[in-house]
Write a protein that binds this ligand. Structure first.
Ligand SMILES: [Zn+2]
Length: 206
């Protein structure tokens, strides 16, 4: 049975949280915790009757972690992400437009780690550039790339902000150009795309 995925755009600016579920086993994971997403996600979890196994944080920007503490408290599911995200969770940006209660990682993920969801296996890719702690979860079998702010339709995450670096971003993007064309890219903001649709510009990255 294929995985199901539900999108929860939340917060200003609208940032996507994803609920990814394996209907065969009733297990689910959440990608990112934008501000004010806890209510809608809690309702969806109850409705679907699924067991949440992890909350995966793709990177430490405030619009992706605003509800990390609330979501963790509401669901009891462990918060996981790249090691450096822990610092961002403990000391959320004071200049964020919304108040962000502190939280902490329960476990860290590194490049090459495997994340199990029911019968599916995601590989963790560390893809810095937009933010030093950016990770994606990739499953070739499920044709899914859950990439936060790494890859968008016709472009990549901003590199003109503190902590970002274009050369590092290009190196990360180069790792994506050989993924299969029909892999669906679920981005941190806006609509999904596919690797195939982005190949024309990804091809130049090295
Ligand atoms: Zn970001």
């Amino acid at each position: 049975m294929p995985l199901t995925i539900e999108t929860f755009p939340s917060g200003p600016p609208p940032t996507n949280a994803y609920l990814v579920s394996d209907p065969a086993t009733g297990e689910a994971l959440i990608i990112d915790a934008p501000p004010e997403v806890t209510g809608p996600i809690s309702a969806a979890l109850q409705r679907a009757g699924v067991q949440l196994t992890r909350i995966v944080i793709t990177h430490g920007h405030w619009d992706h972690i605003g509800d990390a503490a609330a979501l963790h408290e509401a669901t009891g599911a462990p918060l996981v992400g790249f090691a450096g995200v822990a610092e961002k969770l403990r000391h959320p940006a004071a200049n964020a437009p919304v108040a962000i209660p502190p939280s902490d990682l329960d476990a860290t993920l590194a490049d090459g780690d495997l994340v199990q969801l029911g019968g599916s296996t995601f590989t963790v890719m560390h893809l810095p550039g937009h933010e030093p702690n950016s990770i994606a979860l990739y499953s070739a079998a499920d044709r899914m790339f859950l990439g936060g702010d790494v890859l968008f339709p016709n472009g990549h995450g901003r590199t003109d902000i503190p902590g970002a670096d274009q050369a590092t971003m290009d190196h990360s993007l180069a790792r994506l150009k050989d993924l299969p064309d029909d892999v669906v890219v679920y981005s941190g903001h806006g609509e999904p795309t596919t690797i195939g649709r982005e190949k024309h510009w990804l091809a130049s990255k090295s």
